[in-house]
Design a binder for this molecule. Structure first.
Ligand code: SF4
Length: 352
């Protein structure tokens, strides 16, 4: 039985971030700490513009393409129009010189209009990452996001209709979120089929309103075990829908570990989730193979050798449990997997 890895075609451009901490944000969300996530804090528009333009001017990664310039850490589409125009024209000059391949920004679902999106597209913006966080009313309200699920869905469609590339960020475990909310969120995200998504399990970060709630025992983050149980299935579901998942867990910024007070943080989170999702996929293939009780061998693409058995080979026993002894996993140069019975196999028609 031959099959491919369920992940959509690999390959995501290197992103060069220019942080605009809290710029344009109508409120400071309970879980957000740009100090922890980007190593920067709020600054006035003039300082922000000078800093961002200096960073853009220094960006000359020619030859290392594709590199995208990203405005992260704030609500880009709620900046004063003049500032958006200044940033995008500086970025466009780099694009014209082929020093960057594209320009993206992150923003909130309630900070968009079709008119604005078309204007930004004409100014050179290519991609919008929407900090949706959830498509469910309860967690959105409990986290005081200030918009309804419909707004989030409409924003996704609007970005698409404007001809921009769409990214969606989800936050499993945010305040007010139960397991069933996240199951709905990942289904909704799969149905929308953004070009890519990020999954950021909610952490309690020093300096946030959430940290105060946590100290008063009014908020408890999801335990790591729950994230490790729920996200692999979501990842597989999103892969199957053709959605690339470009990050799981916060980027390891300098100073981040010291600011994490509680929550499902793990330095190898992405690798653990990817490996578990692949295990779930291969277990399905084994069940569907019709190889009965036969012991199995698997030929697998070399590029998955590092992650196949999971973090510290945690999945070796699980594979043995589906009759795939780790010694019978072989690495080859082909791009596909091949599952074969190696003993005790009776063809279907010989079995009763
Ligand atoms: S989560 Fe987004 S909208 Fe909320 S404060 Fe942070 S950057 Fe601003």
């Amino acid at each position: 039985m031959r099959f491919l890895h369920p992940e959509p075609a690999a390959g995501h451009p290197t992103v060069h971030p220019v942080f605009i901490p809290f710029a344009g944000c109508p409120v400071r969300c309970v879980f957000c700490s740009q100090e922890a996530q980007s190593g920067t804090s709020h600054m006035c528009d003039n300082v922000l513009a000078a800093k961002a333009l200096a960073e853009i001017a220094q960006l000359a990664p020619a030859g290392k393409s594709p590199v995208e310039l990203a405005f992260y850490g704030g609500t880009f589409t709620a900046l004063p129009l003049e500032l958006m125009e200044t940033f995008l024209s500086a970025a466009s000059r780099l694009k014209e010189q082929a020093l960057i391949s594209a320009v993206r920004c992150s923003t909130r679902p309630d900070a968009l209009s079709m008119e604005l999106l078309l204007k930004l597209k004409a100014l050179g913006l290519d991609t919008i990452e929407l900090g949706v966080q959830s498509f469910c009313a309860e967690p959105l309200a409990a986290s005081q996001r200030g918009y309804a699920p419909e707004t989030a869905v409409q924003a996704c469609h609007m970005v698409r209709e404007a001809g921009l590339t769409l990214g969606i960020q989800l936050m499993p475990g945010m305040p007010g979120m139960r397991k069933e909310h996240f199951l709905y969120d990942q289904e909704r995200c799969a149905a929308i089929r953004p070009d890519f998504a990020r999954l950021y399990p909610c952490l309690v970060l020093e300096g946030t309103a959430l940290a105060e709630l946590w100290r008063k025992k009014l908020f408890t983050p999801w335990p790591l075990e729950m994230v490790l149980e729920l996200l692999p299935e979501a990842l597989l579901n999103l892969w199957r829908a053709g959605v690339k998942i470009i990050r799981m867990g916060l980027a390891p910024q300098k100073g981040l570990p010291e600011r994490i007070l509680d929550g499902p943080a793990h330095p190898a989170l992405g690798q653990i989730l990817r490996s578990r999702a692949l295990f779930g996929f291969i277990a399905e293939k084994v069940r569907a193979s019709g190889y009965g009780e036969a012991s199995l061998a698997l030929y697998a693409p070399k590029r998955f050798q590092g992650e196949f058995f999971g973090h510290r080979r945690e999945l070796a026993e699980n594979y043995a449990g589906i009759r795939l002894d780790p010694e019978d996993v072989h690495w080859w140069d082909k791009n596909c997997f091949e599952l074969v019975p190696i003993q005790g196999f009776l063809p279907r028609k010989s079995r009763k």
